[in-house]
Design a protein around this ligand. Structure first.
Ligand SMILES: Nc1ncnc2c1ncn2[C@@H]1O[C@H](COP(=O)(O)OP(=O)(O)OP(=O)(O)O)[C@@H](O)[C@H]1O
Ligand SMILES: [Mg+2]
Length: 382
């Protein structure tokens, strides 16, 4: 069903994105050496997780996911939290991928610090051991071995990967660089909505970063056009046995844009309430803005000193709709009643773009890329 809120994992529930899906599938089905690391980027809620999940399911390859979402609000991540997440996600993969279960358990049993059981939770990390003994390389070798012995590939999906830049005392990037270079049967898929931060995490532009200089395939997940968005909603309502007024559907698309997450939220709430209406649309926008406020607060929380400045820039971007660097800078200087150095201002803009709270168009003008985010910005007090 199109309007299920969970990220999709099958083609019949996934609207559109055929080209992106085929591209990802062909990279997953192809030789590992052709694409050791695939990155999937797109604005928040455009459907990255759905795309990757669907492709992984369809590929039939063994895989597991490490999702950074859990750490979105944390200013820093302890190694122990990473291990806890890993333990949970491995259990989840073993539970779900029955076909691979015995093979996984067999190799994991060979690791000194992992206890294996014959029922869920299937594996247990021995926390009593000193932390440095819990070496993630042990797991990486094991998964690579299962894949090799079964003449297949194992896929490691790191979702919201940019969050893992916050791990204290451990570099997931170094482990990834090692996998990239040495593990011939492990393929990595990395997704993230804060594309600039994701690039930072991967060290795309940083010569001193562990993964720097390694080729990566990229798949972009765009927002869909207004016409497609109307089609998506219409078909989704059809699946639910409803045939809403076309004007209302168009009104919704006008407010929510071609962002799959908002459209799905509107559809799902409409079905819950017995049909779409302007009220449901208002509620959806309200709920969406709440979520965006949270995400923006997560970003600002890591940048307390400049909070006021970021908010002022965002607020003028919303007000001006499309604004040049110069306009935005002049606006901030007016607000503060003093001059700001160019390079300092550039850094502020750069960080907002990295966090995907601001986007730059071909003419070099800045805009807030999501109408719901714009509302959230208007709502937060500077
Ligand atoms: N192609 C699609 N067809 C149907 N529903 C979709 C599609 N893409 C996304 N959705 C729905 O939109 C919502 C957001 O999708 P998803 O979590 O996959 O996006 P995302 O880009 O990973 O989001 P985030 O940036 O929050 O991680 C979910 O409710 C999902 O079910
Ligand atoms: Mg996601």
């Amino acid at each position: 069903m199109y309007f299920d809120l969970e990220p999709k994992s099958s083609r019949e529930d996934l609207y559109g994105f055929e080209e992106e899906l085929e591209k990802l599938l062909s990279l997953l089905r192809g030789r590992r050496a052709a694409a050791p690391l695939i990155r999937v980027v797109g604005l928040r809620r455009t459907g990255k997780t759905s795309l990757v999940r669907t492709a992984l399911n369809e590929s039939g390859l063994p895989h597991f996911t490490l999702n950074g979402r859990a750490f979105a609000e944390a200013p820093a991540i302890k190694v122990r939290s990473l291990l806890l997440l890993l333990e949970r996600e491995l259990n989840e993969a073993i539970e779900r991928q029955k076909k691979w279960r015995d093979k996984f358990l067999e190799v994991l049993e060979g690791i000194r610090w992992i206890k294996v059981d014959s029922k869920p939770p299937w594996i247990h990390f021995e926390w009593e051991r000193p932390e440095r003994e819990l070496d993630l390389l042990d797991i990486v070798y094991s998964l690579d071995r299962v894949a090799r012995e079964n003449r297949t590939k194992f896929v490691l999906f790191i979702d919201e990967a940019q969050e893992f830049r916050k791990i204290k005392g451990y570099s997931l990037q170094s482990l990834m660089a090692y996998i990239y270079d040495e593990m011939r049967n492990l393929q990595m898929v990395v997704a993230g909505s804060q594309v600039g931060l994701l690039h930072d995490f991967l060290g795309v532009h940083r010569p001193d970063a562990p993964l720097y200089g390694r080729g990566m395939a990229e798949i972009r997940v765009p927002r869909i056009s207004g016409e497609r968005a109307v089609d998506f909603l219409t078909k989704g309502f059809e699946q639910a046995g409803m045939s809403p007024d076309r004007d209302l559907v168009e009104l919704a698309v006008g407010e929510l844009d071609g962002i799959m997450g908002w459209l799905t939220l509107f559809g799902s709430r409409s079905v819950e309430r017995g049909g779409p209406s302007k009220d449901v649309l208002r509620e959806t926008v309200e709920k969406g803005a709440e979520l965006e406020v949270k995400e923006l607060e997560n970003f600002l929380q890591l940048r307390r000193q400049a909070r006021q400045r970021y908010l002022r820039i965002l607020k003028s971007s919303v007000r001006l709709r499309r604004a040049s660097w110069t306009d935005l800078k002049a606006g901030l200087e007016r607000d503060e009643g003093r001059a700001i150095a160019d390079n300092l201002f550039s850094d502020l803009i750069k960080n907002l773009v990295k966090g995907a709270f601001l986007e730059r168009d071909e003419e070099g003008r800045y805009f807030v890329p999501d109408p719901i985010l714009s509302r959230a910005i208007e709502r937060i007090r500077a």
